[in-house]
Design a protein around this ligand. Structure first.
Ligand code: AMP
Length: 219
């Protein structure tokens, strides 16, 4: 099963995709995580990935496509994968579809997480977010605190705030999401593969909705 996860910053799509990955044994592929890992490397005539990521701008399309191709053709992706943070634009969605079509393949679902209303609490969620410096596991001081304060439950490495979790970067990411989300979501709606989930509920409730929507039975 191949699924793309779409939603505004802080909505919790990464946490849901990770959980589904652990329960169904298919890789969770976070474009943001891959880019952050490579952040120090220079691209585009000296402009670093960090200069896009830290201020909340989109990394150029050709760069993310390269990361995508390098990852989804790996052996562990043979039975599917969950793409988190890709595609973000209609152009990226078209590229993904052509890559899949070349292999006689297709996307099963596009999953959208949304927060009804103004979405004001997204920034609050972002500000309470901490990520593991080693394995990228994400915690929320509000909804999912680590067992030992400041350290990852899974690998015991220190937890850090993401460098792009600032008000200005959040605003930029929201603007970009608002600009690109409608055509992207319309595209998947027209294909009949869009599933929408209200992410205002607890992480567990949202996850239960997701499993039901996908028709996945938890072992
Ligand atoms: P995320 O971890 O999904 O919040 O992504 C963090 C940052 O990585 C974004 O603000 C962008 O700078 C960059 N990024 C992630 N995914 C993409 C994408 N599909 N296209 C362009 N830039 C991306």
């Amino acid at each position: 099963m191949k699924i793309v996860f779409i939603g505004p910053p802080g909505v919790g799509k990464g946490s849901q995709a990770k959980r589904l990955s652990a329960d169904t044994l298919r890789p969770h592929i976070s474009m943001g995580d891959m880019l952050r890992l490579q952040k120090m490397k220079k691209i585009q005539g000296g402009k670093s990935l960090g200069s896009f990521i830290d201020c909340g701008d989109l990394v150029p399309c050709e760069v993310v496509i390269k990361f995508l191709k390098d990852r989804i053709f790996k052996e562990d992706c043979r039975n599917g994968y969950y793409l988190d943070g890709f595609p973000r634009t209609l152009k990226q969605a078209n590229v993904l579809d052509s890559i899949l079509a070349e292999q006689g393949d297709f996307l099963d679902f596009a999953v959208e997480f949304y927060i009804p209303g103004t979405g004001n609490d997204l920034f609050e969620r972002i500000m309470s977010r901490l990520s593991c410096s080693q394995c990228s596991e994400t915690y929320s001081m509000k909804n999912r605190p680590p067992l030992r304060e400041g350290f990852c439950d899974l690998c015991d490495a220190p937890l850090l705030r993401r460098e792009d979790d600032t008000l200005s970067s959040f605003r930029k990411r929201m603007d970009i999401f608002k600009k690109w989300a409608t055509p992207l979501l319309d595209y998947y709606k027209e294909k009949g593969i869009l599933l929408r989930f209200n992410a205002l509920n607890s992480i567990d409730e949202t996850y239960a909705d997701l499993l039901k929507g996908l028709g996945v039975q938890k072992e």
